[in-house]
Design a protein around this ligand. Structure first.
Ligand code: SF4
Length: 378
């Protein structure tokens, strides 16, 4: 639920406001009470229709705290009250942490809302691109917010989301984040695709870019270094979803992530005007890529599931490029993140632009797992 569609920061790399998509310009800044009420009703309707035992409600933006903790609390309560008995609603807010206050976090916590924060690392030097609209650094306020969570509200602390920058020292980056004591870390690859490549990848016009191509793998190398630091630590210092999911998939267990595996995507976004859209990451591909033409006033979430763009992401291996279908890593990698497969001349039917980096990571994790289990009884 996009409770607020603007941001108090203007991070230089932001794919939402600096990328190709322009749909946000025509939408209200904040979701109205009518949109929030209707969305709560649609979530409850969907939970009842499918007998769901669990719903994940993510309050995001823009910067969701611009809507105020009270409005977020009211929405969370409204959804919880309306879903059928026995359906748990797991609510989190994803914030840039600059607007967190002691009283605000306490309000969120009282209403069962976990707080996830987005940072580029745990040091001021990692966060220089995260500035406000006047170019002032966000780090002083964001680090204060992170400390408030870690020191005074650990039970409300959901974790840190960080976009990988292979120019940083992976160990310094990881340990600086650990110092903020997150219970979980989400390490995300920056959004990019074959037509608009992410920073730092070698020349993608070279056709030898797939598995076994031998191309440089700056993102894969960075992730492997952090994986070893995390995997070989004497105790689990934090959870890293990307790594846990990779291990689970290698062991043949189900894992739900947008970045790996073949599980169908089970998320939609409600915009501030009530439009139902596909996930925001698609907006990094082209203007209007996430649009469905549906909205919570006229359509159910089941209708959104039948939208061709959403349906394409329920088709598992059948929707992947031939190279992915023939790939030995298919069931673990799953073609990578959907948005990273885009190419302007043929859409999403390609391997991930990170193909070689994903191969590097998956093979590395598989080797570590094989070492760890060598000699175990079958
Ligand atoms: S499944 Fe992953 S590693 Fe294999 S070809 Fe597709 S993107 Fe590349």
């Amino acid at each position: 639920m996009k409770v607020h569609g603007r941001c108090n920061l203007a991070c230089r790399y932001c794919y939402l406001y600096e990328g190709p998509d322009r749909t946000w310009r025509g939408r209200p800044a904040a979701a109205s009470p009518a949109v929030l009420d209707r969305t709560a009703g649609r979530i409850a309707e969907h939970a009842a229709a499918h007998g769901l035992r669990r719903v994940a409600l993510v309050l995001h933006g823009g910067e969701p705290l611009l809507a105020g903790p009270g409005r977020l609390a009211a929405l969370a309560d409204g959804v919880r009250e309306r879903v059928p008995a026995g359906c748990a609603v797991h609510t989190t807010v994803q914030t840039n942490a600059t607007l967190l206050t002691d009283a605000g976090i306490a309000t969120l916590a009282r209403h069962g809302i976990g707080v996830g924060i987005s940072l580029d690392g745990g040091l001021a030097a990692h966060n220089t691109l995260r500035t406000d609209h006047a170019g002032r650094p966000s780090w002083p306020a964001a680090s204060r917010g992170a400390r408030l969570l870690a020191d005074h509200h650990p039970d409300a602390y959901a974790g840190i989301l960080t976009v990988v920058d292979p120019r940083t020292d992976p160990l310094e980056m990881y340990e600086s984040l650990l110092a903020l004591r997150p219970p979980a870390l989400d390490l995300l690859l920056p959004h990019g695709n074959w037509s608009s490549p992410p920073p730092g990848l070698p020349d993608l016009t070279d056709t030898a870019t797939g598995p076994g191509s031998g191309r440089a793998t700056p993102y894969g190398d960075w992730l492997c270094t952090v994986f070893d630091r995390w995997w070989l630590a004497p105790r689990r210092e934090t959870r890293i979803r990307l790594f846990e999911e990779c291990v689970a998939l290698l062991l043949g267990l189900p894992a739900a992530t947008e970045s790996l595996g073949l599980d169908p995507l089970n998320a939609v976004v409600v915009e501030t005007d009530g439009s139902i859209e596909q996930v925001d990451s698609l907006k990094s591909a082209y203007d209007g890529a996430a649009t469905t033409g549906l909205d919570v006033f006229r359509h159910t979430f089941d209708e959104a599931l039948r939208h061709p763009g959403v349906a394409a992401r329920q088709a598992g291996a059948g929707a992947l490029a031939p190279a992915c279908r023939a790939c030995p890593l298919l069931t673990v990698c799953g073609g990578g993140h959907y948005a990273h497969r885009y190419r302007a001349d043929n859409g999403f039917g390609n391997p991930s632009v990170y193909c070689a980096d994903l191969e590097r990571l998956v093979r590395h994790v598989a080797a570590r797992l094989a070492d760890a289990t060598a000699g175990d009884p079958p």
